[in-house]
Design a protein around this ligand. Structure first.
Ligand SMILES: [Zn+2]
Length: 538
């Protein structure tokens, strides 16, 4: 599972093989089609014999919304593989008996395919946007045909870069008024469209869509938010995800996996916490503890945390929380500088690091690559005669393999701690349980039936206060009697509100029925699932 990043057809084969091998636990569904027509695949994982998947509280896990963040697909597959291979284990059996996982390992199959099979890098979709074509500027291309798009350094009096005195591979920024060295321009490897011999500017990306700016959560148009797309859910991929999540009101928790940053993110992405209900802030506080303990991630908001004061509009997790009341998170799975021991893992400890000198950090990363990885992820600068710019050197980081994604040696550790966190979160979901079921014959043919309904989960049945505000269904108990029986006292359908963790509600009825009569009690809520018990008057 961690040996390689799978292409679409390989991924598809793996998923359908799981379905064939574990028919009672795994079902693959095509939930839509990508821009290029690839089936968008979601897997339902649960013990089907123990109840319908949609009747159980569910965790939605997605990966690879961003084309190049293929490590996130890997984590999804790792989780799926683990659950199926360990479904006999009592804790996993319990999880799959009572809960469902919906796993969507590759939200952006077109983009991932482009990323994995060409030297190009792109954000989400291969649909050209906002422009049909690149008009002018430097367009990244593998001009020396080594299969990689690296960087070019070009000697120039006005260059903003110079070679580090500490390591000739490293480029450092020219200080204001710095003279007396050889200066360089540093560009992505590529060709300049419409080159006139003057200043080189970078072309606007041809594939400018960003699925995580396309959701209807404080969405704003392209000129205010790069990657937003023409309107919310304009892309078939985001539309399919939104439809899928909307059609599963049993989703309690949504996790969107990304790279990079080695940090977990929560709402909001466009505003501070003042709009977050107190109870939900506390809930995220509890999730932060779980994330730290099981996966070593700090959990911070995007706005005011990751992005300080810069809003990020149209975000999936914000949409899932704000519009559906789902407890939603993003995990930025990987960060090379953390793995290298250069950047502090903890977020508070990171602020000072982020402000510290660039040269020494880059140097440390090069040393790590040299010592831990035999230097394989940095390509030394090589002279090349560029058709437009003349003599240049091409070199730099193999970004896809180490900066954007986890190299092989780090994958097992990364996948297993994320699995741990996902299992903990899934097990924390609310769960309705009917206990203390008592039938008492108060006089011949007259029965008192009393039951206690409990939320056996760690999260409340509403999951979030936001969900309650949106008006998700509260807990309901429904009694069905045979035609020969009569209800004397009590209510056939009762609304019980929402139950806190371990919260209980006692419900009773007085029934006139023959001994041995069969009654059915059903309890349900949007998030905490549906359960059913058959009892006999005796
Ligand atoms: Zn991402």
């Amino acid at each position: 599972m961690i040996d390689k990043f799978f292409l679409y057809e390989e991924l598809k084969d793996i998923l359908y093989k799981y379905q064939a091998d574990y028919p009672a636990m795994c079902r693959v569904e095509v939930i839509g089609h990508s821009y290029e027509g690839r089936g968008l695949l979601a897997v339902t994982v649960t013990n089907f014999d123990a109840g319908s998947p949609d009747d159980k509280p569910a965790l939605y896990l997605e990966g690879n919304m961003h084309a190049g963040e293929v490590t996130s697909s890997m984590v999804c597959l790792y989780v799926l593989d683990f659950l199926l291979h360990n479904s006999h284990r009592s804790d996993i059996k319990h999880l799959l008996d009572y809960y469902t996982l919906y796993i969507n390992p590759r939200v952006s199959p077109d983009g991932a395919e482009k990323y994995l099979t060409t030297p190009y890098t792109l954000r989400s979709s291969v649909r050209p946007y906002p422009d049909r074509e690149v008009e002018s500027g430097l367009v990244p291309e593998d001009i020396d045909e080594n299969g990689l798009i690296l960087q070019m350094r070009v000697k120039h009096l006005d260059g903003n870069w110079r070679i580090s005195g500490l390591d000739p591979r490293l480029m450092v920024q020219r200080k204001p008024d710095e003279e007396g060295a050889e200066f360089y321009h540093v560009y992505p490897e590529g060709l300049v469209r419409g080159y006139d011999g003057g200043k080189v500017t970078l072309a606007k990306a041809l594939w400018g869509l960003d699925f995580n700016r396309n959701y209807p959560a404080n969405w704003v148009p392209e000129h205010l938010q790069k990657g937003a797309g023409p309107y919310p859910l304009s892309e078939p991929e985001t539309r399919a995800v939104a439809d899928y999540v909307m059609s599963h009101p049993n989703i309690c928790v949504a996790l969107s996996l990304h790279t990079t940053g080695e940090v977990a993110l929560r709402p909001f992405s466009t505003a501070d916490d003042s709009g977050l209900p107190r109870a939900d802030l506390d809930l995220y506080g509890m999730v932060a503890d779980l994330a730290k303990k099981s996966a070593a991630y700090d959990l911070i908001p995007v706005f005011g945390g990751l992005n300080k004061g810069t809003p990020s509009h149209g975000d999936f997790k914000d949409w899932a929380y704000e519009h559906l009341g789902i407890l939603s998170l993003t995990i930025e799975l990987w960060e090379a500088q953390v793995a290298a021991g250069i950047m502090p893992r903890s977020w508070p400890g990171r602020q000072q690091f982020l402000e510290s000198e660039w040269e020494s950090k880059q140097l440390a990363l090069l040393r790590w690559n040299d010592q831990a990885h035999g230097g394989q992820f940095f390509v030394n600068w090589e002279r090349y005669t560029h058709p437009q710019l003349g003599e240049v050197e091409i070199g730099g980081w193999r970004r896809k393999e180490v900066l954007q994604n986890a190299p092989y040696e780090h994958r097992e550790e990364l996948c297993s701690r994320n699995l741990g966190f996902i299992l903990v979160l899934a097990s924390a979901m609310p769960r309705l349980k009917l206990n203390k079921k008592e039938f008492e014959e108060v006089e011949p043919g007259l029965w008192k039936l009393a039951v206690t309904l409990t939320n056996a989960g760690l999260l409340p049945t509403k999951v979030t206060d936001k969900a309650e505000a949106i008006g998700i269904e509260e807990v309901e108990v429904r009694l069905s009697l045979p035609s020969s029986a009569f209800l004397i006292d009590g209510v056939l359908v009762q609304k019980l509100g929402h139950l806190e963790s371990q919260g209980e509600r006692r419900v009773s009825w007085l029934i006139k029925a023959e001994s041995g009569s069969e009654v059915v009690i059903k309890a349900s809520s949007s998030r905490a699932g549906k359960i059913k018990h058959v009892l006999h008057a005796k």
